[in-house]
Design a protein around this ligand. Structure first.
Ligand SMILES: C[S@@+](CC[C@H](N)C(=O)[O-])C[C@H]1O[C@@H](n2cnc3c(N)ncnc32)[C@H](O)[C@@H]1O
Length: 353
């Protein structure tokens, strides 16, 4: 997923920086602001037991699949209503279930009625986030997943696998430039292509992992990872508004929505890391309450926290240092009023006392 602040292209830098600092007796890795789960996934692959957390529900769903799920999904109970599935090898069943869901008939549900131009034609705000066929397909798949869960025909692990697959697939057919803060007037090519439910990747391994949906400053009081990795928002753009549609599809809770973009209420999901007036205190409290051997912070040179703030806060906790790398700006940011097309990415670290 093309996610603001995704660390997918910085994994090598993050990995090399962390390897230079930590000792070999580290087994648990916490990705406290996990987003798409890219960093947690990388360290899961390296054999760590992962704790992943994010305040957004769609991110929780992605991390339940990419991080917590670590065994093959057999869909055993679903074979009672889909007998043909019995003949499919367990390793291929996830794909088969996704194919079945891709082919179900569309439904005029919440997404169609509020986020397609056909469904909103007679409303105050006409919204063009999805083609009407794809919006109906999304509704039908989302409702079917919930029905199977309610009838106990799928396990919790299978439920999150299917939801994560839907979030990733729907994001590919969204009629947006990148985020959900606005939609395009005309349906773009990728939005016109029929929605296909593609199975989300599953990383099989032996470790147990934990996933939370909490405010980072609350969760920090209850965990003791060996390595704590922090990737908070850098600027004032709230994730809750930029990804509101993924949140609504993940929750499918018929929320009250408002305005041109059909935003849901996000009072409870406003991040203190996105405001100049609250960020320093939030970060200082987080570091003070951290019980860990090593802390790593991804941040860039244009973030709300200054380098001096970070240094001051880390030096109170232990030995401070940093690594840097030049980074090409996220595509959607390029036309904005920034002076540079490159930024310097930092990995700040603290070896805790
Ligand atoms: C820079 S993004 C993380 C990107 C992630 N490393 C990746 O590669 O996809 C920051 C994330 O922090 C989350 N977030 C913001 N404030 C938070 C808070 N107080 N507690 C937990 N998560 C928060 C946002 O929802 C967002 O997903």
């Amino acid at each position: 997923m093309n996610y603001i602040g995704s660390k997918l292209s910085l994994l090598k830098f993050i990995d090399e920086s962390i390897s230079k600092v930590v000792d070999t007796d580290c087994h648990t890795f916490c990705d406290l602001f996990a987003g798409t789960g890219a960093v947690g996934r990388h360290f899961k692959e390296k054999g760590y037991s992962i704790i992943a957390n994010d305040m957004q529900y769609y991110s929780f769903v992605l991390n339940k699949q990419y991080i917590a799920n670590h065994r093959p999904l057999a869909f055993s109970k679903l074979t009672t209503i889909l007998p043909s599935l019995k003949k499919v090898k367990i390793s291929e069943r996830s794909q088969a279930v996704c194919e079945y869901l891709t082919n179900i008939t569309g439904k005029k549900g919440f997404i169609y009625k509020n986020y397609s131009s056909e469904g909103t034609a007679k409303k105050t705000f006409v919204r063009n986030y999805f083609s009407s066929d794809n919006a109906q397909k999304c509704d039908a798949i989302r409702q079917q997943i919930e029905t199977w869960r309610n009838k106990k025909l799928i396990t919790e692990n299978e439920y999150y696998f299917l939801l994560a697959s839907l979030i990733e697939s729907v994001d590919k057919s969204a009629n947006t430039a990148s985020v959900y803060g606005a939609f395009l007037k005309k349906l773009k090519q990728s939005a016109l292509r029929p929605l296909i439910l593609r199975p989300a990747n599953l990383l099989i391994n032996e470790q147990e992992h934990q996933v939370f949906q909490e405010d980072a400053n609350m969760l920090i009081k209850h965990i003791r990872p060996d390595i704590l990795y922090l990737d908070p928002p850098y600027n004032t753009r709230q994730y809750a508004t930029n990804y509101h549609l993924l949140e609504t599809i993940a929750k499918y809770d018929n929320p009250k929505i408002y305005g041109k973009t059909g935003l849901r209420d996000y009072t409870d999901q406003k991040s203190s890391y996105c405001s100049r007036s609250t960020v320093k205190k939030a970060f200082a409290d987080l570091i003070k309450n951290a019980k860990t051997k090593y802390i790593f912070l991804s941040y860039n040179n244009e973030g709300l926290l200054s380098l001096a703030d970070i240094k001051e806060i880390f030096e109170q906790k232990g030995t401070y240092g940093y690594f840097t790398q030049t980074y090409n700006r996220f595509k959607a940011d390029r036309n904005r009023d920034y002076k540079a097309s490159n930024t310097t990415e930092y990995i700040h670290y603290c070896i805790c006392k």
